[in-house]
Design a protein around this ligand. Structure first.
Ligand SMILES: CC(C)(COP(=O)(O)OP(=O)(O)OC[C@H]1O[C@@H](n2cnc3c(N)ncnc32)[C@H](O)[C@@H]1OP(=O)(O)O)[C@@H](O)C(=O)NCCC(=O)NCCS
Length: 142
């Protein structure tokens, strides 16, 4: 992807996350870190229909964080999220990946579990409204 994709990503993020969407400034900051520790992958079907953002520290022992993954509502349950996850995890060979997800986010929970993520911890009442944050971990199995 290139900086030209930025407006499309911002627009898709808004559709997927509403008031929790990252701003243009936040997305630009993610782009600025591509040479440092960010990996951004997009699903492109003529237009961008999904994306995943990873924080991949250069030190191999440090954990990778899956910061965000989303698919346009009209494209869900067609395998795009799974393709993004496969591509993302292929960048994480030998690493541990952590993520945080709202306890009630069934689609994300289903996707993560389908790819071998396991719950390792919870932050009780972490989100506004009192929902728990679930911390999940993936490790490459050989
Ligand atoms: C989570 C999300 C990215 C999944 O994308 P998707 O393209 O619909 O996922 P896929 O079609 O590739 O599904 C892959 C697997 O994930 C699981 N899954 C996906 N949606 C699910 C749902 N609603 N309920 C339960 N499991 C689900 C299933 O195991 C599915 O495999 P299957 O279709 O063979 O049963 C999508 O629902 C989304 O964008 N949600 C809003 C954004 C979000 O909450 N992101 C996570 C927090 S950053």
């Amino acid at each position: 992807m290139t900086a030209d994709d930025l407006p499309a990503l911002v627009a898709l993020d808004e559709v997927c996350f509403g008031s929790e969407a990252w701003s243009t400034v936040s997305w630009a900051a993610e782009f600025d870190r591509l040479s440092e520790d960010r990996v951004i992958l997009v699903a492109d079907e003529g237009a961008i229909v999904g994306y995943v953002v990873l924080l991949v520290p250069p030190v191999a022992l440090d954990v990778v964080e899956l910061l965000r993954i989303a698919v346009a509502p009209a494209g869900r349950r067609t395998g795009i999220g799974g393709q993004l996850m496969t591509a993302a995890l292929s960048k994480c060979s030998g690493r541990t990946v952590l993520l945080e997800v709202a306890a009630g986010n069934e689609s994300a929970d289903g996707l993560y579990r389908a790819f071998g993520f396991e719950e390792i911890s919870r932050r009780r009442g972490y989100y506004a409204g009192g929902e728990d944050a679930v911390i999940m971990r993936w490790r490459e199995t050989v």
